[in-house]
Design a protein around this ligand. Sequence first.
Ligand code: HEM
Length: 510
Amino acid sequence: MMNFDLAVAVAGVVGTYAFLRAWLHFTQDTREPPPVEDSIPFLSPVIAMASKGAKFHQQMKDKYKLPIYTLRLPGSRLYVINDTALIPVLQRQVRTLSISPIMVRVFSHFMGVSQPGLAIMGRDPVQDHGFVHQITIETSKGLAPGPNLDDLNAKAVNILNASLEHAPTKVQMFEWASHEIMMATTNAVYGPRNPFKDPAVRAAYYKLEGGLITLITGFLPSLLAKEALKARRVISEAFLKYYAEGGLEEASVYARNRYQYPSSLGVPLEDVAKMETGGSIGLISNTMPATFWTLYHTFSNPTVLEDCREEVKKAIREKDGESYLDLAYIKSSCPLLVSTMQESFRVHSVGMSARAVVEDHFLDGKYLLKKGSTVLIPSTVQHSSPTAWGQNVDEFNPRRFIKEPKAKHNPVAFRAFGGGATLCPGRHFASTEILAFASIILLRFDIKPVADSWDTDLYKETNAAFRIPKHDIDVELNLRDSRKWHMFFSEPGKPMEISSEDIRSAAEKA
Ligand code: HEM
């Protein structure tokens, strides 16, 4: 009897397996990118992605060496791009391969926008006049190089500088740098009534960030993302209070536009607050680890440290016994510091750009992408490509981005800020803030690990676009210079060449 039961069970498993294999085979068009990791149809990719985390797509690139491949998941397909040359081809298809359906899902699943709000925010998603496209334009206005951005950056940098007046002598470096950036960024963006001044909102922020992926997938959120849902309520209620108390009157153009545009369309106030709650992830989640890694690589290498200090010293102007740091000079004339920051971004970025396939499409005239699928461009794949970066791609090379006379890498392969229609609009704000923070610390402090080791024991998985250290580092902050410091921009509104889009637009202007 026992043997009979076993035989039935084995036959069931074998039959199901054979059925799933046949299903996979007959539903995969030979013109689609080749399917990989399908030893257990539909399940192998899910198990592999969950167990390997950020390393997964890089391993797939090394294992299969394909320009693009398909991952078949239960009910959906992912097409993953490896070949750098396919990226601009994909990014040109703004309507057929669009971020908009994904953003509508973010509004509903991650931000929790109500049905009446979604009816407005999800309208005509792939059209230029649709909410998704217009909110990006409104968001970008306050962040594009020019007077609004200078004002925002000046505020953030002055807050950082003032806070360093009271810096403790011993800190945990990741936690400390993250807190400084969180407070400077949100105070500059939201003004004196910044909701993030409340420790309960700050604690809720980390819980919401931790639940990001579970909420977006939409699988049993009330069970699996209970804490994140509670955190979302805490932050959005804080934003409602902020609006009611007139917080926006002293806020940045960025914050005002993100309130005014949805409100002008009749989006309910509760949903505007929910959108801003979700937006806070974009605002700070990446700048915090990016700042840590920039400081880490600047201070942990004695040669880089000395050379960066020499560079930034040249940005000091003295007047009436006080020191003024010219941030325009830092951005344009400190190539090693800027390159160390960009290399930190390259090495530690784990984000990916995503596009929904709105209609069947032949990418580059070669690969059939089926409607309803998702295309991914993982930054880890591009950032580890020897073709794009050279044979020393696995090393941290602080000088990699220095133009002598021309950087040797392929700029299209730099994906820390994404690219195309979804290129991060905050890249100039964040880069200037990080450079200013690093410069003022270089001039005013020595950073020394208490245990004489910079070891972070590798990394922890994260929901942001940057990995974070597995262990924080206890460091001493020793004051080198107690003079009074001020920050200024000698040349306003100058853009930096960060993404390949910036490099192209600078070349077109030249
Ligand atoms: C070092 C810091 C930062 C990094 C590495 C970063 C990275 C990214 C990445 C990878 C994306 C997705 C790009 C894509 O899908 O192709 C993105 C999108 C975005 N980022 Fe950033 N970001 C940073 C700072 C900021 C800041 C400070 C702000 C706001 C002030 C901001 C606002 C946004 C917005 C609004 C989007 C969505 C753009 C869209 O889909 O239209 N980011 N960022």
